[in-house]
Design a binder for this molecule. Structure first.
Ligand SMILES: NC(=O)c1ccc[n+]([C@@H]2O[C@H](COP(=O)([O-])OP(=O)(O)OC[C@H]3O[C@@H](n4cnc5c(N)ncnc54)[C@H](OP(=O)(O)O)[C@@H]3O)[C@@H](O)[C@H]2O)c1
Length: 268
């Protein structure tokens, strides 16, 4: 399959920053019409102006996707503007880098709200619009931690596992409506995600400045949508980690445990 891009109506969550912003730029270049969704009004509007300046039909819809009322408002406006939808990209996300004993119930719930409940409800509301769309697809941006949970990312890994589980269940169900369901599993990516972590008490040195650029992930997402790839792992770290997990899960467990032991050898 070669999915058409020109004049297709996309809704991208988390379009104000990082991977979502780069994806919006690439999709606009392909002639897609874009509903840009995030909370930061200024960042969304600057992207809207940039893309419109290049001739794209892009519109900012400032929305907190964890709010039921704002989601309803969003879909009412999107329906007014676009009529139907062809692509829904659930990209918005947040995370925390800490050990579970240092976290709280609120932290876990906050992460689950953005990374799981919000995309789930976005999908529920998008189905009637997607059902009427052309070559419609739901694209969920999870993470390599959605297939292999990692120490220091307990709440984040759990939320991405939940999103992966939903994605796989829906892949079968959505056949009824002719909607494809695609999953993206990126590795570490150099975006503002790292500055916005809800907690940052993990101990390892993260060399975020050296990891993959968001444009690389955005290009892989665009390719997956065009070619209708069911599951796409992006980045060498994610590819290696998931290969190790598949073929040598006990070795990976031992390596990760050894690392934690070393990092916490000096005490809690
Ligand atoms: N960076 C990485 O290493 C990495 C690796 C694997 C997977 N991912 C995943 O990739 C996706 C994009 O992350 P990124 O790295 O591009 O991070 P980012 O630059 O921090 O972007 C996150 C986006 O989510 C939006 N967002 C957060 N909470 C929201 C809410 N309640 N309502 C609406 N929008 C909300 C943010 O916009 P506002 O703040 O304006 O609302 C922002 O546009 C996430 O799902 C993340 O988990 C990232």
């Amino acid at each position: 399959m070669n999915r058409e891009m020109k004049n297709r109506r996309w809704l991208i969550t988390g379009a104000s920053s990082g991977i979502g912003r780069e994806l919006a730029r690439l999709a606009a270049r392909e002639g897609a019409r874009l509903a840009l969704v995030a909370r930061s009004v200024e960042d969304l509007q600057s992207l809207e102006s940039e893309l419109r300046g290049q001739g794209a039909d892009a519109r900012a819809f400032p929305t907190d996707i964890t709010s039921e009322e704002q989601r309803h408002n969003l879909f009412r406006q999107v329906k007014e503007h676009f009529g139907e939808l062809d692509i829904l990209v659930n990209n918005a996300g947040s995370g925390a880098w800490n050990h579970f004993v240092d976290g709280t119930e609120k932290l876990a719930r906050d992460i689950m709200e953005v990374n799981f409940f919000a995309p789930a409800e976005m999908i529920r509301q998008a189905i009637p619009l997607l059902e009427l769309g052309q070559q419609p697809a739901i694209v969920n941006i999870a993470s390599m931690t959605g297939r292999r949970a990692m120490p220091s990312w307990p709440e984040y890994s759990a939320s991405k596992h939940a999103l992966v589980g939903l994605t796989e269940a829906l892949r079968g169900e959505m056949v009824r409506f002719g909607i494809d369901v695609l999953l993206i599993l990126p590795g570490l990516t150099r975006t503002p995600f790292w500055d916005r972590l809800l907690k940052k008490t993990g101990r390892a040195n993260l060399h975020v400045e050296k990891v993959m650029a968001p444009g690389e992930v955005a290009a892989a997402v665009l390719h997956a949508i065009r070619k209708n790839r069911t599951e796409t792992v992006v980045g060498w770290d994610a590819k290696w980690m998931l290969r190790l997990q598949k073929f040598f899960p006990s070795l990976l467990n031992r390596l990760l445990a050894r690392r934690v032991k070393k990092l916490y050898a000096s005490g809690p």
